[in-house]
Design a protein around this ligand. Sequence first.
Ligand code: HEC
Length: 138
Amino acid sequence: MKKILSIVAALAVSAAAAMAQSVDQEIAERIAPAGETCMQGDECAAAVAAAPAAAGGAARSGEAVYNASCATCHGTGAAGAPKLGDAGAWGPRVDKGMDTLYTHAINGFNAMPAKGLCMDCSEDEVKAAVDYMVEGSK
Ligand code: HEC
């Protein structure tokens, strides 16, 4: 009888351990791995906080949008992007008309991605960034 009791006790302990393990696993599965979540106050959230969406707030300036989204390519000429300040590269584009440039910036044009990848930019903010580049490239 004593032996049976100890076996039962041992089984109960291992069952409890197995249960604890599966609960741990369940919790681990339920919470996303670190790096995939970005909590307010974390460093990864700083960039988002630094560039507030237009909704509710004042529209960002063309310069701010340029620096945040367009400079990656238009500051370096990456992928053949016309560089800010390069009048030779911008002149022929400006000759197509500002409306064409706005449309291409908003909808994309060859390797130029739609909205310059600024997905939370309003169309006006994208246009302001185009103006900023064109003005700075005369
Ligand atoms: C991933 C790189 C990349 C980013 C980011 C990017 N551009 Fe461009 N952009 C390009 C490339 C490449 C071209 C040249 C496309 C071509 O002429 O074939 C271009 C061309 C343009 C043109 C000229 C279009 C035309 O009709 O000649 C405008 C205007 C423009 N970009 C605006 C912007 C604005 C505004 C932003 C930021 C909101 C931006 N771009 C961000 C790559 C980029």
